[in-house]
Design a protein around this ligand. Structure first.
Ligand SMILES: *Cc1c(COP(=O)(O)O)cnc(C)c1O
Length: 358
C-alpha cells in the first residue's frame, strides 16, 4: 500500500528500524538526554519564544488539545475559537466539557478566516483564542499573522493546534505570539501514533502553575517538573519518543525545518500539477502543504477512496459526515516521493478511463 492519508503516515526506514527493536528501560541518564534533546529540537523547529518549555504527552493529538484546554484555561476565561471543521468542533466540545465559556466563529467548509470575521470580536472581553491553524478536515490553513495580530491587540492567550501543519507549513511561534503550540507524532513527524507535543510559552507555563486541574494524567504541572530532568511522570511511549528523536535529528542533519517544509511543499505542488486536468476541484480557499482536499463532480468521493484502496493499493483520506461522498483528501506528509505521486496520478487517470471518476 502507498499511504496518502494525513496520519498515520509512512515512516522512513530508519524510524521503522527503531520500531523493530526492544523498548529500552527509560529511567536512565541516557533516555533523559534524548528527551532534553527532543525538547530543544522541538523548540528550535517551531521558533519558540525565550523561556519556552515542551511537554510530551503519551496520547494522540486530542490528548494534548484537552491538556491545553484544561491546564491553560479555566472557567474564568472567555474564549474565542475558530470552528471550520471537525477539529474546530473538537475544541468546542472540549470547552463545553471543561466548562470554559466560549464563542465560535463558524466557517463554511473550504472558507478562509478573514479580518472581517474577527472585526466583530475586537474589545469584547475575550481572554483566549483557540485555533487549528490547519483545519485538516477541510484542508484550510488560516492566516497566522492575522490571528497573531488580533490576539496581541486584544491581549489574548493564544492556543494553536498545529498538529497537521508542523513541518508542512512555515510556523513561527514567537512571531505569531502563540502561547501553546500542539503537534502529534503521526502527522508530518512521520512516526507511529501515540505521542503528542505541547510547546508552551512562559505565560502558558505560569497559567499552568496557578491552575487547579482535576485530572492526574493530564496535569501538566508534574510533567513540567519531571521534564526539567528529561523525564515524564508516567511510563511514556518510549519507543515512539526514540523514533521522534531520530526523526528530529534527521531533519536537522538535512538542513532543518525550512528544508523539510520545502520538501513537503514541492511534493504538494508536484501532485497538484499532475491532477489539473482531472474532473476534481481543489476545494479550499487557503491550502496547506500537508493536504489537497478534492471535491468530485459526478461521482462518489468515497467510491474513489474504496476503489483506490482495493484495486490500486493506495490509501487516500476519505471525509466523514455530510462530505463523505463529495470530498476526499490527498496528504503530502510522510515518507513519500514524486514517484509515489506519479503512481497515484496514473491511478486517478485510469479511474477516469474506467468512468469511475467523472
Ligand atoms: C490529526 C489532528 C488532530 C489530532 O487527532 P488525533 O486523532 O487525536 O491524533 C487534531 N487536530 C488536527 C488539526 C489534526 O489534524
Amino acid at each position: 500500500m502507498i499511504n496518502f492519508t494525513v496520519g498515520p503516515v509512512q515512516s522512513s526506514p530508519e524510524v521503522r528500524a527503531i520500531g523493530a527493536e526492544h523498548v529500552p528501560y527509560f529511567r536512565t541518564p541516557e533516555f533523559s538526554a534524548v528527551m532534553l534533546e527532543n525538547e530543544a529540537l522541538m523548540q528550535r523547529f517551531v521558533k519558540a519564544p525565550e523561556g519556552a518549555r515542551t511537554v510530551f504527552i503519551t496520547g494522540s493529538g486530542t490528548a494534548s488539545m484537552e491538556a491545553a484546554v484544561m491546564n491553560v484555561l479555566s472557567p474564568a476565561d472567555k474564549v474565542l475559537l475558530v470552528n471550520g471543521g471537525s477539529f474546530g468542533q473538537r475544541f468546542c466540545e472540549l470547552c463545553q466539557i471543561h466548562q470554559i465559556p466560549f464563542e465560535q466563529i463558524k466557517l463554511d467548509t473550504g472558507k478562509a478566516l478573514t479580518a472581517d470575521h474577527l472585526a466583530a470580536f475586537e474589545n469584547k472581553g475575550f481572554t483566549a483564542f483557540l485555533v487549528n491553524i490547519h483545519e485538516t478536515s477541510t484542508g484550510v490553513r488560516y492566516d497566522a499573522e492575522l490571528i497573531g495580530d488580533f490576539c496581541r491587540r486584544n491581549g489574548l492567550v493564544l492556543i494553536v493546534d498545529a498538529i497537521s501543519s508542523f513541518l508542512a507549513d512555515d510556523f513561527d511561534m514567537a512571531a505569531m505570539g502563540a502561547d501553546v503550540m500542539i503537534t502529534g507524532s503521526q502527522k508530518a513527524l512521520a512516526c507511529p501514533p501515540g505521542i503528542s507535543v505541547l510547546v508552551l510559552s512562559k505565560k502558558a507555563v505560569e497559567r499552568i502553575e496557578h491552575n487547579d486541574v482535576r485530572c492526574m494524567y493530564l496535569d501538566l504541572k508534574s510533567a513540567l517538573k519531571n521534564g526539567e530532568r528529561g523525564q515524564t511522570p508516567f511510563t511514556p511511549a518510549v519507543g515512539t519518543l526514540l523514533q521522534i528523536h531520530a526523526r528530529l535529528k534527521g531533519i536537522e542533519a538535512m538542513g532543518g525545518v525550512e528544508a523539510e517544509t520545502a520538501k513537503i511543499a514541492a511534493l504538494a505542488a508536484d501532485f497538484r500539477s499532475r491532477i489539473a486536468d482531472l474532473p476534481l476541484e481543489v476545494c479550499s480557499e487557503s491550502l496547506s502543504n500537508a493536504v489537497t482536499p478534492l471535491m468530485t463532480k459526478n461521482c462518489s468521493a468515497y467510491d474513489v477512496f474504496t476503489v483506490l484502496k482495493d484495486e490500486y493499493g493506495i490509501w487516500v483520506c476519505p471525509n466523514g459526515g455530510e462530505y463523505k461522498d463529495k470530498i476526499f483528501r490527498v496528504g503530502h506528509i510522510g515518507d513519500l516521493t514524486v514517484e509515489d505521486n506519479r503512481i497515484l496520478s496514473d491511478a486517478l487517470h485510469d479511474l477516469v478511463k474506467r468512468e469511475i471518476l467523472r
